[in-house]
Design a protein around this ligand. Structure first.
Ligand SMILES: NC(=O)c1ccc[n+]([C@@H]2O[C@H](COP(=O)([O-])OP(=O)(O)OC[C@H]3O[C@@H](n4cnc5c(N)ncnc54)[C@H](OP(=O)(O)O)[C@@H]3O)[C@@H](O)[C@H]2O)c1
Length: 307
């Protein structure tokens, strides 16, 4: 892969099918735009049918021959996750699942299944979706599960005694928890794929700081300061570069983590980066995995085979 990764580094993707969650806007949409332009069949997993249709049309306006479809997916509902997985399982093939959708720092809310929403959407919904799609991915040569984390994982702690935030809810704290969970999940998934002799690998990425709709729950002062932030942070398209590299880098190894190449991993380009020590703690990861199976009721196929 060339030193300065940009959109032109993305090779031909003809023949590959790529499912991206939260692809109607932000980083997910920009990743979808580039992958569709390179010939991939791209499935946009979105919770709003109107936003999904508009997002698909925006790609077709740029690339009229692109192969883009939408899949209804609300990660805040396990019923919806199961239905979306059922739809994707009907595809002739699936090469890459990009667990991109996310929410950041909303007031305390619960998902349809009663999970604290940041943990429920950012981690548990993707945990369930990945497990349900694994039969399609595990024997596919070159298959990948890419999960989008954040620099915020560094402040994360998994509150196993209060995952639903009934005792205490801190907006930032729960976002960091969910983004640490994304990495613990990726590394544990990679260990399990490897142990099962799967052809698929699990990798992760983060976009640094990118101007997207993720800031919708931030205080208004942050929105007012956006022109200032713009000087140092990524656009949405630049923020999609680590995701694109995680999807297409032929040299990427299972468990690899990509982030921006610039100062403090905040912006510009994409290169391999390192996550913190806690994210590599295999004991915490195994516990989170078991809790996630209990909470979602989704048992991974290779786990069931080993039981
Ligand atoms: N932007 C940054 O600086 C930054 C930094 C670190 C990490 N990240 C991560 O990057 C990823 C993408 O975020 P972004 O910055 O592109 O934010 P964004 O512009 O707000 O896009 C988030 C996407 O997730 C979707 N989504 C939210 N809740 C969902 C649900 N319940 N079911 C299905 N889809 C749902 C949104 O759909 P709607 O439009 O319908 O809400 C939207 O398509 C997230 O995982 C985020 O944590 C972003």
């Amino acid at each position: 892969m060339k030193e300065n990764f940009d959109e032109s580094s993305v090779p031909d993707q003809s023949g590959r099918t790529i499912f991206i969650t939260g692809a109607n806007t932000g980083i997910g949409w920009d990743a979808a735009r580039v992958l569709a332009a390179r010939g991939a069949r791209v499935l946009l997993g979105c919770r709003s049918p109107d936003k999904a249709a508009a997002a698909r049309q925006r790609i077709l306006d740029l690339h009229p021959s692109a192969d883009v479809d939408t899949v209804a997916l609300d990660l805040a509902s396990l019923t919806s996750v199961r239905e979306a997985a059922g739809t994707v399982l009907q595809e002739p093939r699936l090469d890459v699942l990009v667990n991109n959708a996310g929410i950041m720092m909303p007031p305390r809310e619960l998902t349809a299944d009663g999970f604290e929403s940041q943990f429920g959407v950012n981690h548990l919904g993707h945990f369930a979706l990945t497990g349900l799609l694994l039969p399609k991915l595990k024997d596919q040569q070159g298959a990948r599960i890419v999960t989008v984390s954040s620099l915020a994982h560094r402040a994360g702690k998994i509150h196993f005694d209060d995952l639903s935030a009934e005792k205490h809810y801190g907006r930032q704290d729960r976002y960091s928890l969910s983004k640490l969970a994304n990495l613990l999940f990726t590394y544990e998934l990679q260990r399990r794929l490897h142990a099962a002799g799967s052809a698929a690998v699990a990798v992760a990425c983060h976009p640094g700081g990118a101007e997207t709709e993720l800031s919708r729950h931030l205080p208004k002062i942050f929105v007012a300061l956006t022109p200032l932030f713009r000087l140092v942070m990524n656009s949405s398209a630049e923020g999609a570069l680590p995701t694109l590299r995680a999807v297409v880098d032929a040299e990427a190894k299972g468990g690899e983590y990509f982030g921006p190449a610039g100062f403090a991993e905040f912006a510009r380009g994409a290169r391999p980066v390192r996550s913190n020590a806690v994210s590599h703690d295999a004991v915490v990861a195994k516990r989170l995995w078991e809790v996630s199976v209990d909470m979602t009721g989704v048992d991974y196929e290779f786990d069931a085979a080993a039981a």
